[in-house]
Design a binder for this molecule. Structure first.
Ligand SMILES: [Fe+2]
Length: 169
């Protein structure tokens, strides 16, 4: 059975939209709980704003390619369990587990946009390709920030924990 490449592009745009909705949920729960890691908190706040714009851009792409929004809810549900399991919100080292989860999630996003860029190029959808390239740059920047700060966050956690201070958030 033949599948129009456009149908795959639409399905992957829907998946990405659901992924960003899940990202907002996960980042918001981290933002609300963080107290002693101001740099991380500020970067997460910035990325929440970026992610909300990304979600709107993806919705506009879907509207343009005719993907509609009818099945967005189903796709969102699939990712919920995974993101919740990864977020580590109630772990005694939640800032460390949260950073690990965020770093992992950003790389899933990076892979998703590389897939979308290739698919958009294959069907000649220059607008979707350009939109996904802009989003990809923001995901790479967030992943790089987390990579650059992972050791600092870990050291801060260890020293606070060792001193008997609240370390986990
Ligand atoms: Fe992201």
């Amino acid at each position: 059975m033949a599948t129009d490449p456009r149908d795959n592009l639409v399905a992957w745009l829907r998946d990405a939209h659901a992924m960003e909705e899940q990202a907002i949920t996960m980042l918001n729960s981290q933002l609300k709980r963080l107290e002693h890691y101001p740099a991380l908190k500020a970067r997460i706040g910035q990325h929440i704003d970026e992610t909300k714009r990304q979600e709107q851009v993806l919705q506009a792409c879907l509207d343009r390619v005719g993907g509609g929004s009818s099945s967005l809810k189903d796709a969102a549900g699939k990712l919920t369990a995974m993101a919740q399991g990864m977020s580590g919100v109630f772990a005694s080292d939640e800032v460390v587990k949260g950073s690990l989860a965020s770093y992992t999630f950003e790389h899933m996003e990076i892979a998703s946009y590389r897939i979308l860029i290739a698919a958009a190029e294959a069907v000649g959808d220059a607008q979707t390709k350009a939109a996904c390239e802009r989003i990809l740059a923001e995901e790479i920047a967030m992943a790089d920030w987390l990579s650059d700060h992972m050791d600092d966050i870990t050291r801060q956690f260890l020293s606070r924990d060792e001193a008997g201070l609240t370390a986990k958030r």
